[in-house]
Design a binder for this molecule. Structure first.
Ligand code: HEC
Length: 173
């Protein structure tokens, strides 16, 4: 009887140790690899144009969407899902009237990019970002990454575009 009680205590202790180790490992993983980007991928400003987007509502934004070589090749060949290594960036600006251009045209018709607002990324790495459809999302304002709470809605909204591998933007020929 005593031996059984002793065994039970040993088993319970081992279980507690395993559980707490797993918990710590999980936390360490999260800290080591957040599910979103914290660094701006290098060279993005020299990438090729995929398309543009203008948002009204309360955004009044003008955006240029660029892709690295892997992204551009996938777009041109119609490869879905996008391969690992794909990076798509959206450069966002205020959409503002150009007084200078309007003067030349003789009427109010011209809009151009104003101050930059943010830069958003989608990086394909099906292992690292498995939990968010294989895409790592990134949002940077003045070069600084957004926090985890801000990044939460990116994946669920983009996940609605499953048929096009979570990417809304189509290639503008
Ligand atoms: C409410 C839905 C919604 C949310 C939330 C959202 N997006 Fe998007 N995103 C869109 C739509 C729609 C487009 C295409 C229109 C456009 O570019 O303005 C888009 C375009 C993009 C693009 C260009 C490539 C593409 O998929 O078309 C990037 C990069 C991007 N979003 C990143 C992000 C990031 C990072 C976040 C989180 C901070 C985010 N998005 C949150 C709907 C959303």
């Amino acid at each position: 009887m005593r031996r059984i009680a002793f065994l039970l205590i040993v088993v319970a202790t081992v279980a507690v140790v395993i559980a707490s180790t797993a918990l710590t490992a999980g936390q360490a993983d999260e800290q080591a690899a957040p599910a979103f980007l914290t660094q701006i991928p290098a060279g993005y400003r020299d990438w090729k144009l995929i398309s543009m987007a203008h948002e009204e509502g309360n955004l009044h934004s003008l955006g240029a969407v660029l892709g690295n070589d892997v992204a551009i090749r996938a777009y041109r060949e119609g490869t879905i899902p996008f391969p690992d290594g794909t990076i798509i960036v959206a450069l966002h600006y205020r959409n503002v009237p150009s007084e200078e251009n309007n003067k030349i045209f003789g009427r109010a018709q011209s809009f151009v990019p104003g101050a930059p607002t943010n830069i958003q990324f989608e990086v394909k790495d099906s292992t690292k970002y498995a939990a968010t459809g294989g895409w790592g999302f990134g949002h940077f304002q003045n070069g600084k990454p957004a926090d985890a709470a801000f990044m939460k809605p990116c994946f669920p909204c983009h996940a609605q575009e499953k048929a096009h591998d979570l990417v809304f933007t189509r290639y503008a020929p």
